[in-house]
Ligand binder design. Structure first.
Ligand SMILES: Cc1ncc(COP(=O)(O)O)c(C=O)c1O
Length: 362
């Protein structure tokens, strides 16, 4: 039996009736924009994370742009961001008028560290984007100790935990994506900004609605970036199941270790208690491995072969930047199957396929 890279439909199947009923209720109510589902989801998400405020926005990329603007980032400022991340983490910065300054990662956790951030700081640094990549928890407190505000990019870390709290409640503000394949995904695009700073939350609320509080006076040049009531209603059905799904992801990671995956490839090192949005291994011949796994029916994917600082649109900020750990991670990483319902038997099957693939190569 093939093992897909991820499985978003099986965990949702038992919730289908509840989801259908919620969609019907929203349609019957006829309030689709900034209605009661969004307000309730914002309260429930903030409570789940341990943050004071959550503001629903249109997607995770807008969430970063709006959060940075609400933090006062603008033209003339620099924002430190890892290059080994989804491109949107960096793309959001020039949209504020600021300049992205790329920093390296720890190749074991794929996350930024206080040291890699320190190397990129200048007197113009206004904020740092700490990406909790693949569900691992970046060391937010250590970065804040450098004296810079931290915006957490928690798009991949819904459901992760750390001794200091959950991603989403660790920095000055945090951003989430509810893209369908995320740990907490809706049925389209969606996102949120979370923070315990009331003023910052208020500025994000204005920015998502054309810079207005009342649709009559427009105080800022803002955006039209709102989470739909339909999506918020669906997310309210899913949120109570997030922790259970993340336990399934952790169990799958443990099954990989028990099956001996660590003897064959470099395993990701856990930072905090990750919810493993993606389970990403490293191997010198990652592309050949992916090809052989594909032939054996095992899904795998290299997400960031070309890191953000080497993307064409980032040329003016990325040229000449030297990030050795990023380059190594970009060359060697490979996501293998991960989902809340990946079974022990499937994990063993994947590990055996990895073993066969690597033996076949020699
Ligand atoms: C780390 C990271 N940041 C930002 C985003 C952007 O989110 P969205 O696709 O909802 O705009 C994503 C996901 O797509 C992501 O994985």
């Amino acid at each position: 039996m093939p093992v897909p890279l991820f499985d978003t439909s099986t965990p949702l199947a038992p919730l289908r009736e509840e989801i259908d009923a919620r969609i019907a209720a929203v349609i019957d109510r006829g309030v689709f924009i900034l209605g009661p589902e969004v307000a309730a989801f914002e309260r429930e998400l903030a409570a789940y994370l341990g943050a004071e405020h959550a503001v629903g926005v249109a997607n995770g990329t807008d969430a970063i742009t709006l959060a940075l603007r609400a933090m006062g980032v603008g033209p003339g400022d620099e924002v430190v961001v890892p290059s080994f991340t989804f491109y949107a983490s960096a793309e959001a910065i020039p949209l504020t008028g600021a300049r992205p300054v790329f920093c390296d990662v720890d190749p074991g956790t794929f996350c930024v560290t206080a040291d890699t951030v320190r190397a990129a700081l200048t007197p113009r640094t206004k904020a740092v984007i700490a990406v909790h990549l693949f569900g691992n928890v970046a060391p937010v407190a250590e970065i804040e100790a450098l004296g810079v505000p931290v915006l957490e990019d928690a798009a991949q870390a819904a459901g992760s935990r750390s001794p200091e709290g959950r991603p989403g409640a660790l920095g000055t503000a945090a951003t989430f994506s509810f893209f369908p394949s995320k740990n907490l995904g809706c049925f389209g695009d969606g996102g949120a900004v979370t923070t315990s700073d009331a003023g910052l939350a208020e500025r994000v609320r204005m920015l998502r609605f054309h810079g207005s509080r009342d649709k009559r006076t427009f105080e800022l040049v803002g955006h039209n970036s709102r989470l739909d009531d339909l999506q918020a209603g669906i997310l309210r059905v899913l949120l109570p199941h997030l922790d259970g799904w993340c336990d399934g992801r952790r169990a799958a990671a443990a099954a990989y270790e028990r099956a001996g995956l660590g003897e064959l490839v470099e395993l990701p090192r856990a930072a905090g208690d990750p919810a493993w949005h993606l389970y990403v291994i490293r191997h010198a011949a990652a592309d050949a491995l992916a090809q052989r796994l594909g032939a054996a029916g095992i899904g795998s994917k290299a997400y960031y072969r070309v890191p953000a600082h080497r993307q064409p649109a980032m040329r003016q900020w990325g040229a000449g930047v030297d990030l050795p750990a990023t380059e190594e991670a970009a060359r060697t990483h490979l996501a293998i199957p991960m989902s809340p319902v990946l079974s022990e038997a499937q994990a063993r099957q994947v590990v055996e396929a990895v073993r066969d693939s690597l033996t076949a190569r020699q």
